[in-house]
Design a protein around this ligand. Structure first.
Ligand SMILES: Cc1ncc(COP(=O)(O)O)c(C=O)c1O
Length: 392
C-alpha cells in the first residue's frame, strides 16, 4: 500500500484520463444521457446487481469528478468507500438521518461542533430520536449512557476549540459488545494525524471545507466507511440532495494532493507556537494536545501521529484586552474557519453572542483565542504574536 503523500497525489486518478489530460476533468453536467433503450436496460441490470462501477445517471446520485475525490479520500482514510457532500454539516446530518429511526437513541460527546449538537438537540427529537451527551473523558459515563435502543455513538477528536482528544480504543471497547455503531468527526485530526478506522471505528466524517480542501475556497463534507452502512448513507444523499458540485470536487481533488505536506508543516508550526505561547507572561493558558499540560496529552501521544494546526489559548485579561490583542495581529485573517493555507484567528466569544450570559452558557471563555495556523513561516507567525502581545 503506497504511503500518504503518494495516495494523496495518485489515488482516484484515472490513467489515462480523457483527452490525455494530466488532471481530472471537471465534468460540469447535471445529467448523463443514454444512446437508446438497450443502454438503459444494460445500466438497470448493473444497478440491480449492485455493480460499484455502474455508469453515471443523474448529478444528484454521482459525478465522475466527485467519484475521483471520493476514491482519494477513502484511500487516505484506509476505508472501503467515501461519500462526498456539499458541506461537513450535510455529511453529518445526512448520515444521522440515514442511520437512525424513530425510537433510536444516540450518544454524542459534549464539545462536538456546535451545529452538530444543535442538530441533535433541536431537530432529531422531531423524528423521535433522543440524544445523551457524555463528557469526552469519562468512559464510565459513556458506558452508563448506553440503552437497549442506542444505535450510534458520535465523537469528535480533537474537539473545537479546546482540542480535547477521546481515547478511541476505550470507545470501541465499550461500544463493541453492544453492537453499537461508532462514528467520529475527524476534521481537526485529518487522516495524516489520526486513522480512526484502524482504531476500529465504523465511520469517519470530515468537514472537507477545512484541511482536506486546504485553501479556504470550497465547502464540502465526506463520510468514510464500509458495506451496507455506506449504501444507506449514499441512498440518503440521493434523496436529501446534499451533493458536492463538480467544481468544488475538483478544487478538493487539487487540495488533497498537498494534504500531507500542509498538515506536516502545520503540525510543526503548531507545536512551536504552542510552546512559545505557553512561555509568554501575557498568556494565561494554552490548549494544545502536543503540550504535556494538555489534559489529553498522553492519549494524543499514543493515538495520533501529529497534534494538528490549531492552537487555542487564553490571553491574560478580559474580553476587551483580548480584542485589543486580536486587533494588533497583522498576519492572520480574522474569521471563523480553519485548515487552509492562510492563518485565521478568532476570538470565539465575540462570534457566539453579544450577551455575556449566553457566552458563559456556551462554555467559551471571553479571553479565548482559536488560532488556526496556515502554512506561513513559523518564525513570522511567532514574531507577529509577540508584537501583538507586547502592545496590550
Ligand atoms: C469539527 C467540525 N465539524 C463539522 C463542521 C461543519 O462543516 P461545514 O462548515 O463544512 O459544514 C465544522 C465547521 O466548522 C467543524 O469545525
Amino acid at each position: 500500500m503506497p504511503n500518504f503523500s503518494t495516495q494523496a497525489v495518485h489515488a482516484g486518478e484515472e490513467r489515462p484520463k480523457p483527452y490525455g489530460a494530466l488532471t481530472t476533468p471537471i465534468v460540469q453536467t447535471s445529467t448523463y444521457t443514454f444512446a437508446d433503450t438497450a443502454e438503459i436496460l444494460e445500466f438497470m441490470r448493473h444497478k440491480a446487481a449492485g455493480d460499484p462501477h455502474v455508469r453515471d445517471e443523474y448529478g444528484r446520485y454521482s459525478n465522475p469528478t466527485q467519484s475521483a475525490a471520493e476514491i482519494k479520500i477513502a484511500a487516505l482514510e484506509g476505508g472501503e468507500r467515501a461519500v462526498l457532500f456539499a458541506s461537513g454539516m450535510s455529511a453529518i446530518t445526512t448520515s444521522l438521518l440515514a442511520l437512525l429511526s424513530s425510537g433510536d437513541h444516540l450518544i454524542m460527546v459534549s464539545g462536538v461542533y456546535r451545529r452538530t449538537s444543535e442538530f441533535a438537540r433541536s431537530y432529531l427529537p422531531r423524528w423521535g430520536i433522543e440524544t445523551t451527551f457524555v463528557p469526552i473523558d469519562d468512559p464510565a459515563a459513556l458506558a452508563a449512557a448506553i440503552r437497549p435502543t442506542t444505535r450510534l455513538i458520535l465523537t469528535e477528536t480533537p474537539t473545537n476549540p479546546y482540542l480535547r482528544v477521546m481515547d478511541l480504543a476505550r470507545l470501541v471497547e465499550i461500544a463493541g459488545p453492544h453492537g453499537i455503531l461508532t462514528a467520529i468527526d475527524s476534521t481537526f485530526a485529518t487522516p495524516i494525524n489520526l486513522c480512526p478506522l484502524a482504531h476500529g471505528l465504523d465511520l469517519v466524517i470530515h468537514s472537507a471545507t477545512k484541511y482536506l480542501g486546504g485553501h479556504n475556497d470550497l465547502l464540502a463534507g465526506a463520510v468514510v466507511g464500509a458495506g451496507e452502512i455506506m449504501d444507506r448513507i449514499l441512498a440518503a444523499r440521493g434523496v436529501l440532495g446534499g451533493v458536492s458540485s463538480p467544481h468544488d470536487a475538483y478544487l478538493l481533488l487539487r487540495g488533497l494532493k498537498t494534504l500531507d505536506l500542509r498538515v506536516r508543516r502545520q503540525n510543526e508550526t503548531g507545536l512551536r507556537v504552542a510552546r512559545f505561547l505557553e512561555g509568554h507572561p501575557a498568556i494565561q493558558r494554552v490548549y494544545y494536545p502536543g503540550l504535556p499540560s494538555h489534559p489529553d496529552h498522553e492519549i494524543a501521544r499514543r493515538q495520533m501521529t501529529g497534534f494538528g494546526g490549531v492552537v487555542s489559548f487564553e490571553v491574560a485579561g478580559d474580553l476587551d484586552r483580548t480584542s485589543r490583542f486580536m486587533d494588533r495581529l497583522r498576519l492572520p485573517y480574522i474569521g471563523p474557519t480553519l485548515g487552509g493555507v492562510e492563518s485565521i484567528a478568532q476570538q470565539q466569544a465575540i462570534f457566539i453572542s453579544l450577551d455575556a450570559e449566553e457566552r458563559r452558557e456556551a462554555g467559551i471563555a471571553d479571553n479565548l483565542v482559536r488560532y488556526a495556523l496556515g502554512i506561513e513561516d513559523a518564525d513570522d507567525i511567532i514574531a507577529d504574536l509577540d508584537q501583538a502581545l507586547a502592545g496590550i
